[in-house]
Design a protein around this ligand. Structure first.
Ligand code: NAD
Length: 471
């Protein structure tokens, strides 16, 4: 039998994704000895198979689209060819550079990185199968950050070659001529945008009656209109019954009327499955909810003393930036600090063109919660910078408490929405009154003036809105 090496540490972190690696670095900053265990690459899904590679490839389709519009800007760009393999290689390079940077950060912080599968054997012990043999890690505190993976729906034919998930879509070395995407959530729409931009015939099939069912209705309707205008086809209320292979193509039978869709590739994007319910974690006696999420309190502490969890495995919104924050909060609490998160001010972005970025609650959510609200709106077609940029699509919507005018949420559909949402996130975090943003001087001309105008509109004083106040 192989001998087992032993390691003792203050903190052991299982999973080196956004929650895990941020927690590891924060723990090191706080003077703790840290062992970080990762079976694949550090950076997790976000860096290796999610946020970063998708944004790299979305830049290609964005550029392709800009070039198509170039005549409007007086540029002649005939005969433009797309070399997807170069785009793919560039994406790989971006990911590799960031991963090397992260590995250096981990090493610089003297974090022990164990590459291999870790199994929890008790709240204070793990066994890690590394290439060099098994290592037993004993710790004072354990943080579980094992993340999530693409969910596979129970549709007949889902395992056929050519049916891919987001991981497979990022590995395509050629642009598919046609693509059917199952699911109009964040992943479905980002890939629809990406492949539409480089010439693929894209059809999106969504079970619900609208895209991005969790987002503000006005925003999701407008984004649907814009994506359709660009040539992406959508079918709502579509339940895929079967996928089959016919004459080298994939055929999808949808809902009762047996509508058929045909495509070269099918991308399944129906949500993600949490990884928490592994046998070792269940054996530990950790409380797990009906969605498979590890239950934690606001300190990210599980029901087992000394065991914390953060990131996708605690459920809720599966967002890398939330995982960063949860990892930090978990480890600060594990190391004796008092740390909490404000879940009312978590921004969320969809990197389609135009982008969608939201924070706080939307109008419908306020209605469900019985909060009396006022809404402000400002369209980018009335914003000078947007017109100068040729980015007139979309609008900003602001939701305020009707009584005290405190900003409760905001939604931005438009160019650079993901960069602009931080102004609203700060406002929601601080609980500021909308008049503060309406009066705050915004540089001119900028897209962010649309936020100021939407805030003004909520209280009847937008200067540049054609018809002031929509409510
Ligand atoms: P999602 O939950 O956002 O969307 C899945 C969509 O699929 C929903 O609209 C749902 O109604 C639909 N659906 C479910 N079953 C279906 C079926 N059988 N047929 C047709 N439609 C069906 O999930 P996702 O898009 O896979 O993303 C997974 C997670 O990753 C999300 O939590 C998301 O927030 C996160 N993510 C975030 C970003 C970002 O922040 N930009 C990017 C990618 C992923």
């Amino acid at each position: 039998m192989d001998s087992i090496n032993c390691l003792e540490t203050n903190v052991a972190i299982l999973g080196g994704g956004p929650a895990g690696y941020v927690a590891a670095i924060r723990a090191a900053q706080l003077g703790a000895e840290v062992v970080l265990i990762e079976e694949r690459e550090v950076g997790g899904v976000c860096l290796n198979r999610g946020c970063i590679p998708t944004k790299s490839l979305l830049k290609n389709s964005d550029m392709a689209r800009s070039i198509k519009k170039s005549k409007e800007f007086g540029l002649q760009t005939d005969n433009v060819q797309i070399d997807w393999l170069s785009a793919w290689t560039r994406k790989e390079r971006v990911v590799k550079n960031l991963r090397m940077g992260l590995e250096k950060l981990i090493a610089d912080h003297k974090i022990t990185l164990l590459k291999g599968k870790g199994i929890v054997i008790s709240p204070r012990e793990l066994l890690v199968a590394t290439a060099e043999g098994s290592i037993k890690v004993s710790c004072h505190s354990l943080l579980i950050t094992v993340g999530s993976e693409a969910a596979i729906p129970s549709i007949s034919g889902v395992d056929l070659p050519g049916v891919i998930n987001s991981d497979g879509a990022l590995e395509l070395k050629e642009i598919p001529s046609s693509l059917v995407i199952i699911g109009a959530g964040v992943i479905g729409l980002e890939f629809a945008d990406m492949f539409n931009g480089v010439g693929t015939k894209v059809t999106v099939l969504e079970l619900e009656d609208r895209i991005l069912p969790g987002e503000d209705k006005d925003i999701s309707e407008e984004l649907l209109k814009l994506l359709k205008r660009r040539g992406i086809a959508f079918k709502m209320g579509a339940r895929v019954k079967e996928i089959r292979e016919t004459n080298g193509a994939l055929e999808l039978a949808v809902s009762e009327k047996e509508t058929m869709y045909t495509a070269e590739k099918v991308l399944v994007a129906v949500g993600r499955k949490l990884r928490s319910a592994t046998a070792d974690i269940i054996k530990l006696g950790i409380e797990i909810d009906e969605h498979g999420a590890i239950v934690v309190n606001e300190q990210m502490k599980t029901n087992i003393e000394g065991v914390y969890a953060a990131g996708d495995i605690i459920g809720g919104k599966l967002l890398a930036h939330l995982a960063f924050a949860e990892g930090r909060v978990a480890i600060e609490n594990a190391l004796g600090m008092e740390s909490r998160l404000n879940y009312d001010a978590v921004p969320s972005c969809v990197y389609t063109h135009p982008e969608l970025a939201t924070v706080g609650i939307n109008e419908q959510e306020a209605g469900r919660r019985g909060i009396p609200v006022r809404v402000g709106r400002f369209d980018f077609r009335q914003n000078g910078r947007a017109l100068a940029m040729g980015e007139r699509d979309g609008f900003v919507k602001i939701v305020i408490n009707a009584e005290d005018h405190v900003l409760l949420g905001g939604q931005i559909l438009g160019a650079q929405a993901s960069e602009m949402i931080s102004e609203l996130t700060l406002a929601v975090t601080l609980g500021v009154k909308v008049e503060i943003l309406a009066d705050m001087i915004h540089p001119h001309p900028t897209l962010s003036e649309a936020i100021m105008e939407a805030c003004g509109d909520a209280v009847g004083r937008s200067i540049h809105k054609a018809i002031n106040r929509i409510n």
